[in-house]
Design a binder for this molecule. Structure first.
Ligand SMILES: Cc1ncc(COP(=O)(O)O)c(C=O)c1O
Length: 425
């Protein structure tokens, strides 16, 4: 590889990446090891509620330079943990966010998209450059990740989504060359629910391929809610990353659930290795998962999917919250210890806080996660070590969650918040 040859430096494989070909070019293998151990050391030594002066940029250890010789796929995963500086100080706990928005497709759904495509290729259901299409029903992030990887792997991409999702995501999908089909938001038991439409489109494409004498080239339905390729990648990759980044010293993992794949996969990996770990679900308003975890009852009968007339989940939060039990969330049953409800207003105010006080511009599900993490911190002993996920960036949500006008129309207050807000939580 050109980079290593010209530098004449050794290559050090990294352990938890999807790709065996991912390499780290470092001055020496020892320097890479030193940098890695410094990262671990700095994780908790940054202080439990006490503020330490961060080292000047010039005195920081030089990080190994990462080279991905397998293209965009190599950039997925291995996301950093970022200390939430002011929130840690204010709560006396160590609160970290795993910066999933740094994945190339802008969210942790890149991991899921890669897993689904790779597994389909392994089974022979997808063959690159045959005109095969990946179909998915999604509120956006998974679609963007699939669209990106389809370009890189030689597939077409067809995304079906509800027509009330932030238009930023539609624009992004179209720029990535995906076909976008927008449908009215209806219940999952309706044939025109976005997930059901996506499944049907995949079946139609498969039938067309058979009729055209090209069986096996129609494509696949990604099916992120039900396929355990989703859970698996978080169990095999995201969980081990969190374990490695914390050195196994972690008290609480906090996370919302959409499909439930992340929560289930990470929790299932960590729990046996950290027996004292508590796993807490962060749930937006309108979602039934809180009740499922707390009382083992999914919803009041009037709230079951299919019973309510229009929106299944009345929240401005996108990506998490659901009123049915998916196969992925099922894997989390028995390893989730507690649940926190988070209101839309709390999420909006936290997103404004994170932007103003931490310099982090995140989307709605990340804001929900951080509200729950702070609530957990306030109920915990000082020094409690908490990790959550920063799922995607605020740039995905400019027309809704980050639009003051839209929020006011929803009866929400978009005003900037400061430390008083954290005190009030
Ligand atoms: C924007 C966003 N919200 C929420 C989630 C949670 O997803 P899930 O429960 O489907 O794993 C993710 C993925 O991690 C995400 O990217």
């Amino acid at each position: 590889m050109a980079a290593s040859a010209s530098c004449n430096l050794p290559l050090v494989p990294m352990s938890t990446n999807h790709s065996a070909t991912m390499t780290v070019v470092a001055a020496t293998a020892a320097a890479a090891t030193l940098a890695a151990s410094l990262t671990l050391f700095q994780f908790w030594s940054a202080g439990s509620g006490t503020r330490r002066r961060s080292p000047a940029a010039s005195s920081r250890p030089v990080s190994p330079v990462v080279v991905h010789d397998d293209g965009v796929v190599g950039m997925i995963g291995n996301t950093p943990l970022v200390r939430l500086m002011t929130l840690s100080e204010l709560t006396g706990c160590d609160i970290f966010g795993k910066a999933e928005f740094l994945n190339p497709g802008g969210s942790s759904k890149d991991r899921v998209a890669l897993s689904i495509i790779t597994e389909a290729e392994r089974r022979g259901d997808l063959v690159p450059h045959t005109g095969a299409t990946v179909f998915e029903g999604t509120v956006g992030s998974t679609g963007i990740s699939l669209a990106l990887l389809c370009r890189a792997r030689g597939y077409r991409c067809h995304i079906v989504m509800p027509d009330d999702v932030a238009s930023d995501k539609v624009a992004m999908l179209e720029r990535l060359g995906a076909t976008v089909e927008r449908v009215r938001p209806v219940s999952i038991i309706d044939a025109n629910h976005f997930v059901n439409v996506a499944r049907r489109r995949a079946e139609e494409a498969q039938e067309r391929a058979v009729r055209g004498g090209r069986p096996g080239t129609g494509g696949v339905f990604a099916n992120q809610f039900e396929t355990l390729d989703n859970f698996k990648v978080h169990y095999e990759v995201t969980g081990p990353e969190v374990y490695e980044q914390t050195g196994g010293e972690l008290d609480v993992f906090v996370m919302g659930a959409g499909t439930g794949g992340t929560l289930a996969g990470v929790a299932r990996y960590l729990k046996p290795r950290i027996p004292t770990l508590r796993v807490v679900l962060a749930d937006p308003q309108g979602s039934g998962l809180f009740n499922k975890v707390k009382h083992n009852v999914f919803y009041a009968p009037t709230e079951a999917e299919g019973r309510r007339r229009r929106h299944q989940i009345d929240t401005v939060v996108e990506g998490i919250g659901i009123n049915r039990l998916t196969r992925n969330f099922e894997q989390a049953l028995g390893v989730v210890d507690d649940a926190m409800r988070v209101t839309d207003q709390e999420a909006v105010s936290m997103a404004r806080y994170l932007m103003r006080e931490e310099g982090l511009f995140v989307g709605s599900s990340s804001a929900v996660n951080v509200v729950a993490a702070v609530k957990v911190a306030k109920m915990s002993r000082p020094g409690t070590r908490i990790v959550t996920l920063l799922c995607d960036s605020g740039t995905r949500h400019l027309t809704k969650f980050w639009s003051d006008d839209f929020l006011r129309q929803q009866g929400l207050d978009p005003a900037p918040t400061g430390r008083d807000y954290i005190a009030s939580l």
